[in-house]
Design a protein around this ligand. Sequence first.
Ligand code: MLZ
Length: 449
Amino acid sequence: FGQDATLAGFDWGSYLEKSGLLAAPVSCFRHVPLCAQWDDIYVGLKVEVLNTHTALPSYKALLRYEGFEDDDSHDLWCNLGTADVHPIGWCAVNSKLLVPPQEVHQHIKDWKSYLMKRLVGAHTLPVDFHVKMADSLRCPFRQGVRVEVVDRSQVSRTRSAVVDTVIGGRLRLLYEDGGLGPSGEVLSDFWCHVQSPLLHPVGWSGRVGHSIKETDTSVNMSSHPAFRKVPQNSVSDQFKKLRTVYMGDKFFEEGMKLEAIDPLNLGNICVASVRKVLLDGYIMVGIDGVEIGDGSDWFCYHASSHAILPVGYCENNDIPLTLPPGYDHGTFTWTKYLEETGTVAAPRRLFNTDDVGHGFTSGMKLEAVDLMEPRLVCVATVRRCVGRLLLLHFDGWEPEFDQWVDCQSPEIYPVGWCEITGYQLQPPIGPEPPQGQEHKHTSKKAKPF
Ligand code: MLZ
C-alpha cells in the first residue's frame, strides 16, 4: 500500500481550490524549512518564475505572470520552496532573459517600461531564500548512526536502531536485530522525524531507567548498506532539548490518575495511571482497564508532553473521554472513580498545558504523518483545536483514523513540504472533496496497518 500523490494525479492547488479551504501557514510549523522567513512572504509579492485564484501562505502559492493584470486564465500553482522560483533580479544577475509569456506580447507593446513601472517599489523574495531553505534541510543524522527508538512491536521498551535514510529530516530506522528477508529486504523498520519524542541517543534508556530490548546479536544485518560500516553512536546534542522539569518531591507518583492519549489509538483520550516514574522527567503511563498486566503496553511520556492531561481536561474541553470497560458516560465522574479506586489525581500544575498561541484553525489543510503507520505522510485537515492539541483528520479516511497531535509536533508539515523534500505524499483516498464543504467520508471502512 502507499502511493505517490503526484503519480495518482493529486495536486494540492486544485484540491484546495475545490474544497474552498485554506492551507495551514508555514509559520505554524516551527520545525520546517523557512518557518522564520515566512513573515516576508505574502500575497502580492513578485517573483521570477520559469515561463511555462488566491495565493495561500503555505509553500504552495498561486502565481500570476506580470502583464495579465486581472486575467487569471494563466495563473499557476508553484511551490515557493523549489529552486524554480527566484527573487526579482535573478535573471539579470544570471544573464537570463526575462521574457513575458507569448499572450502578453499582444497587448503590451513596451514590455521593458511596463515591467519597470510594475516592479519599482515592489517586494520580492529575500535574496538568501533558497540558501536558508538548503540550510534548514541539513540534518545531524546520516546513514549508519545508531539511536534508541521505541520498539514498534512492544511500545513499553526502546530498541537499538540504525539510520538508513534521511528525507526532509525524517529518518528511516532499521532495528539492529530486525532481520533481513530472503532477498535482503528489511523486516522491521520505523520512521520518525529527528525531533520526535520517540527518538533518543544511545545510552538514554539505561540513564533514565526505561526498558530496552537486548539486541539479538545472532541476527546478521551486514549485507544491508546501513550496516556496512560500524554504526556510530548518536549523542544528546544531536537531539531536541526538552524543557527541564523539576522532579523534587512534588512530582508524578506511581498510581496517580490522569488523562492520556492512547499511544495505539491516537484519536482517543483515556482514563490512565502513572505506572512508574523514571528519571529526567519521564513517566510510564498505562491505560486503565485495558492493561495486559505485564507492563508491556505502558508508554513513556515526558512530563512536558502534550499527550498527558490533567483529570477533567476532556470534560472541560468537550472532548469525549474514553472510559475503562464497564463504565459509561451517563454515570462516570472522576470524583467517584478516584474514590472507588482509592487513588488521587496527578496535580494539574505538573502538566504542560501552556497555551502557545499557534495559528491553526479547524478546516486548515496540511501534510501529516499517520503515526500508526509512520512512513506515511498524508493529506490531512485540522478538525479541532483544543489548547495546544490538534485533532487531525486524514482526508478520505474514516474518523477512526483521526489523531490528536501537539501543535508543535515535528510530524506535521505545511502543504507543499513533501514536494520540497522529495518525500512521498499519500493522496486522499476516495473521490475529490465536494465544493465548499468539508469532505464527507465516502470510503469504506479501512483497517489499521
Ligand atoms: N494499514 C492501512 C494503512 C492506513 C493508512 C491510513 N492513513 C491515514 C491500510 O489498511 O491500508
